[in-house]
Design a protein around this ligand. Structure first.
Ligand code: KG4
Ligand code: ZN
Length: 336
């Protein structure tokens, strides 16, 4: 069979990314232009600034993806682009560019759901995933526990009722004065402290369902900080460590509970929060004794990238499930 080369384009948030993936598996290039330093000055992503930066960067990033892959534009079989969910202005930059390129090159356009892309990062790197599997999606905007029959079938077992896990990391980091992005900042601070010295709630852990809530934990962390400050004994590192532990314990326990209930042997993790070292090791430690295998992407593929988009799109390409020229972008997740 002929080799298939797909160009992926990702601009859903603050990374302008392009990648060429061969046959849905082999990453030939993976270019990421991060705007994190620009947004860090504002303590979070400024959507208008993100869109403008994508416009400045997109052509250069795509060009780099071709030259890193050692390919010409004409060598590509299809162009894939993230069209939901994300910042609408940011998504539209990638979508418009992808449409223009696909039209000019006379190649099919493929639409990829950003979260399907995050999940696919696991498939890109691991050949031994057994389905059905439970998948924990934890990004800046989403927290979902899914049962996957295969890579095209997702059943939602539960979701966060309020803040997403990454959002909670970002908001708490800001409140604790640890900077942006919050996840890596809290992880670093937590390494200097010890969880358990301060007690924070494991929200919804006692409920035997797959719903999550992180807004209460965020408020409890903020209140604890104020209380400690008033008493003149703020232990910032211990507080960061306890917050991180309280959040990830719930993620780990609910994921493994789902794996037991649905009798699956694989748990996948996807999205930016899956980069968290403590989450990875706690999930592995607790899964091991239950004979469950844990999979997560390498650090570079956990956070936003276009290789996951190009890879995922291969499966739509071979089914000829092309996107229409009228394809639009959507800020929210329309469906799984
Ligand atoms: O998947 P992602 O790159 O973008 C979205 O699709 O939202 O996720 C970004 C989120 C941010 O909230 C960031 O703080 C979090 O992932 N994150 C982490 C870590 N690295 C990134 N959270 C916890 N620990 C980390 N090491
Ligand atoms: Zn993402």
């Amino acid at each position: 069979m002929k080799d298939i080369y797909i160009l992926g384009i990702e601009t859903s948030c603050d990374e302008t990314a392009a990648s060429v993936v061969k046959n849905g598996r082999q990453i030939l290039s993976n270019v990421i232009n991060s705007q994190v330093k620009i947004h860090a000055q504002f303590g979070g992503v400024v959507p208008e600034v993100a869109s403008r930066k994508h416009i400045e960067n997109i052509a250069l990033v795509v060009d780099q993806a071709f030259s890193d892959a050692g390919l010409e534009y004409a060598d590509i079989d299809a162009i894939a682009v993230t069209n939901e969910p994300g910042l609408i202005g940011a998504l539209l930059v990638g979508l418009s560019f992808a449409k223009g390129l696909a039209w000019a090159l006379e190649r099919p356009l493929l639409a990829v759901n950003h979260l399907h892309g995050h999940i696919y990062a696991n498939i890109l790197e691991h050949e031994d995933i057994e389905f059905p599997a439970v998948c924990l999606v934890v990004s800046g905007g989403h927290t979902n526990l899914l049962l996957m029959e295969d890579i095209n079938n997702y059943q939602v077992l539960g979701a966060s009722r309020d803040d997403a896990a990454g959002e909670a990391f970002d908001k708490v980091a800001r409140f604790l004065g640890l900077g942006y992005p919050g996840g890596p900042a809290i992880q670093k601070a937590a390494q200097k402290g010890q969880a358990g010295k301060i007690k924070l709630p494991r929200v919804f852990l006692d409920r035997h369902d797959y719903e999550f809530s992180f807004s209460g934990l965020k408020t409890a962390t903020m209140n604890m900080k104020k209380k400690m400050e008033q008493a003149g004994e703020l232990q910032l590192w211990d507080l960061a460590a306890e917050f991180q532990q309280a959040l990830i314990e719930v993620l780990v326990e609910k994921s493994l509970q789902a794996a037991r209930q649905y009798e699956v042997k694989s748990v996948l993790m996807a999205g930016g929060v899956a980069a968290n070292q403590q989450l990875r090791s706690l999930m592995e430690e607790r899964a091991q004794s239950q004979n469950i295998k844990v999979f997560y992407p390498s650090l570079g593929l956990c956070t936003d990238n276009a290789a996951m988009i190009a890879g995922r799109a291969y499966h739509d390409y071979i089914r000829k499930s092309y996107a229409p020229w009228s394809l639009n972008a959507y800020p929210s997740l329309s469906s799984w």
